[in-house]
Design a protein around this ligand. Sequence first.
Ligand code: GUN
Length: 294
Amino acid sequence: MPPIGFMFRRPHRQEVLDGRAVAKQILDDIATKVGARVAAGKPRPKLATVIVGDNPASALYVRSKQRDARQVGIDSEDHRLPTETSTEQLVELIAVLNRDESVSGILVQQPLPNQIDLVQAVIAVDPIKDVDGFHPFNAGLVAQGLPGGVQPCTPTGIIELLERGGVRIEGANAVVVGRSNIVGKPTALLLIKRNATVTICHTKTTNLAAHTREADILVAAAGRPNLISKDMVKPGAAVVDVSANRIDGGQVGDLGPGVEEVAGWLTPNPGGVGPMTRAMLVRNTYEAEIRRRP
Ligand code: GUN
């Protein structure tokens, strides 16, 4: 006879937040819209990508972004600059792309080499072509919860995954682990906008587990394999595993073994946030074109 608690415990149910499937829906929708525009004689949108140096991960990410763009009928244009490029040289290339009528969106892949002034590079991109949403004009609108700016790709992808997966954000305790300008901070801002109560944790947080155990929504974006162990997750929580840590030629996130046994919703990794980031970039590129040339 099993213990009585066992008999009444409900079986663990878990929803997979399938980024590949949701991204496909979004890309299919954009493909239809791009097709209609081109059929009406309008120019095809175009994404210009810039990589400085020869970081293999950056090359891989940018190739995937271009592939997704092409899949929906958006052209792409690839710019490679040598590792020793100066800030002025990068800013000059960005200025050329800003002036180029045929370019809808500009993506300068990060990280950039150390000698490059990141702020100068980020503010050089015309905010209307800033498909990453990194320019302070766009980031400022997001920070203030105001409409009209470009939404940052990974944070917006996370929100779309949660909402389409049936996770209630309003009133939830959300904990974001990681405070980068690309993921952690803007994700926290988008969650606040949707009325979650948000805590941002980071490498200097004391007693991380005490925070994560209270999380109805846990966004792991620290870039540290096994940082979030099973006992740090509230049973039934929605867990979003953002990081793409490269280990032994494969990709792992920040979650330790067994998190899937307690999470109520979980993003696969790979196949969760990554495809959503790219879908949001493609959507931003399409929207940048519409805004500039309705
Ligand atoms: N590096 C890591 N993620 C991103 C991103 O979303 N955009 C750019 N430009 N660089 C990145």
